[in-house]
Design a binder for this molecule. Structure first.
Ligand SMILES: Cc1cc2nc3c(=O)[nH]c(=O)nc-3n(C[C@H](O)[C@H](O)[C@H](O)COP(=O)(O)O)c2cc1C
Length: 226
């Protein structure tokens, strides 16, 4: 098959979205830290206009020490990867509904993994990852100053199973969608937030003890503005 024919075929397949195949993929459980816990239901009816949020979003790197409520962290998770229909599709689009992204949050005391199914989390005690994040982010000290750093990781194999060699490219694009949703949600909540791409992905994965196959794609420090 010629390159342009292959590209057309890929475009057609991506467009299908595999909605009928979504549930087994989407609902595939990835729990690993013990008993999952339900989050408060996300706010799906906010009062800040989208256009105002777009106009106000700005990268902010100074945060108050005050922790974010778990419900707020959950709202940011929901903005990034929350399930929004009966077949399991999410706030962010995904090539072929393969959903390669996993969201985590690092706080001064806890490492949290978002489980989109049922809007739940699982967590483990962790007081060492956040202080060390600045070092693996090339010394960007504000990263460790934030009360919460969201982490977008990708499991390329999920997309590769369907799309082969272009999976990494597709996954990176998806991380951009999820990150922008999180940035806009944080802005609408009056929080300070910044997308950080300057870090060593394997150092971050090792530090956070991510399972094999998880590639760290973005860090998103967030907190109350100072
Ligand atoms: C892919 C990407 C990577 C980025 N990495 C960093 C980073 O490592 N450190 C940082 O302070 N800001 C980072 N930023 C934020 C940019 O510096 C910021 O978006 C830019 O200065 C424009 O400002 P604004 O976001 O306030 O509009 C990154 C932004 C993008 C899109």
């Amino acid at each position: 098959m010629g390159r342009s024919a292959a590209a057309l075929l890929l475009a057609a397949v991506l467009g299908v979205g595999c909605a009928s195949d979504a549930p087994p993929t989407v609902l595939d459980q990835t729990t690993r830290y013990g008993q999952p816990m339900s989050l408060p239901a996300p706010d799906t009816d906010g009062s800040v206009p989208l256009e105002q949020t777009l106009g106000q979003r700005r990268s902010q790197r100074e945060y108050r020490e005050r922790p974010l409520p778990l419900a707020t962290v959950g709202q940011l998770f929901w903005a990034g990867q929350g399930i929004t229909d009966a077949v399991g599709r999410r706030t962010s689009p995904s090539a072929g509904a393969r959903y390669p992204l996993e969201l985590f949050a690092v706080t001064p005391t806890t490492f949290i993994h978002y489980l989109p199914d049922g809007h739940r989390i699982e967590q483990r005690p962790d007081d060492t990852t956040l202080p060390a994040l600045a070092d693996v982010a090339f010394g960007q000290s504000f990263v460790s100053d934030a009360p919460v750093v969201l982490m977008i990781a990708g499991v390329q194999a999920r997309t590769e199973a369907e799309y082969g060699a272009v999976a990494g490219d597709l996954m990176n694009r998806e991380a951009g969608h999820a990150a922008q949703n999180i940035l806009l949600q944080a802005t609408a909540l009056g929080l300070a937030v910044v997308p950080v791409g300057g870090f060593d992905p394997s150092d971050v994965a090792r530090l956070a003890a991510l399972p094999p196959g998880h590639e760290v794609l973005y860090l998103i420090p967030v907190g109350y503005p100072r």
